[in-house]
Design a protein around this ligand. Sequence first.
Ligand code: NAI
Length: 340
Amino acid sequence: MNKVKVGIVGLGRLGKQHAENIAFRIPNAELTAVCSIVEKEIAEVQKNWGIKYGYTDYDEMLENKELDAIFISSPSSFHCEQIEKALKAEFHVFSEKPLGLYLNEAEKVAKVVNECRDKQVFMLGFMRRYDKSYVYAKEKIEEGAIGKPILIRCYGLDPTSAIGSFLKFAKNNYSGGLFLDMAIHDLDLARWYLGSEAERVWAIGDSYEYPEFKEINDAETGVALVKFKNGAMGIFVADRNCAHGYHIETEIIGTRGTLRIGTIPEKNLVTVFDHTGAIRECSEGFLERFEQAYLSEVEEFINCIIEKSQPKVTVEDGVNSTALAYACKESFETGKLITL
Ligand code: NAI
C-alpha cells in the first residue's frame, strides 16, 4: 500500500494537532481531506498545509473514495454516528474518546465495528496507553515488580488557565460531563492495569470556585470510589481547577510495591532558581504532556492499516470504559451506589 490517505473531521483543540501530526509527522500517512463546520478552520489548514480536499459536510467527505481512513476528532456526541457511517462506507476508522456518551449507543456501534473487523481497522483514542511512562508501568506490573495490584489512585486535574477554553468546548456541545469526558482516561487505565472490570461505584462532586459548572449540570471537582470485580479498589479524582497546571498522576499499589507515574507533573528537566526558591515548572495542558502519546497512537493506527492487524485498544475497552464512566455520572447525579 502507498501512503494511507486520511480524512479528518474536527479541527478544534485536539483535532488540529492530530491533523498536523498526520500531515507532517507520520511518514506512511497523508492528510488528504479535512472537515469541520467552521469554514475558517478548513480554509486555514488547506492554505497553510496544502490539503487537497475541504468539507463542511461529513457525509460529503465519506463520498471521497480516494480516502482510506477517517479520523474522528469532532465533539463526543457525534462519535458513534460518525464511526458507524465511516465503517459502513468501508473506511478504516480512528475515533477520539469517549466511544459514546451512553451505553446503548456504544454497544450498538461496537456491533458494527466487530462486523467490519476482518477488513477494517478501528481504533479508539485512549492515548495514555501509548505514553512511554504508562507503558513502562504496565510492563513492570506484568513482570510482577509490585506483586498483585490492589489499589489504583488517579488524579486527572485540568489547569485553571484552561477553564475558559474548556467551558467554551462544553457549552458548544454536550461533553458528557466530568466523568465521561475527563475521568474516562483514568477509568480506562485502571481497567488496563488491574485487568478487571468495575463492580460498584460511588461518586460525588461539586462546584466551588466556578458556578458555571453547576449551570451546565456538571462538577468542577469530583471523586469516584470504585470496587473492581477482582477485589481491587480505585480512587479517582477529577478536577477542572488545578492552580499549578495540568496534573495527571497515577499510583498503583500492589502487595509487594508501588508505582507512581507523574507525581510531580514536571514540564521538563529544568529547575529555575530565583528569589522565590527552586522551581520545577508544571506541564500546562494535554497537548504538552501527551505529545509523544498522541503521535504514537496514530502511528499504531496507520501501521495496523498497512499490516492488516488490529490495535491493542479495542472497541470493548471503549464500551466498558463508557459503562464505568456513565455509572460514575449516575452516582454523582443521584447520590446512589451504582452496581454495574
Ligand atoms: P473542539 O470543540 O475544540 O473542536 C471540535 C471540532 O469539531 C471543531 O473543529 C468543530 O468545528 C468541529 N465540529 C463540530 N461539529 C461538527 C460536525 N457536526 N461535523 C463536522 N465537524 C464538526 O473539541 P476538542 O477539544 O478538539 O475535542 C474533540 C474530541 O476530542 C472530543 O470528543 C474530546 O472528548 C476529545 N478530546 C480528547 C482528548 C484526549 O486527551 N484524548 C483531549 C481533548 C479532547
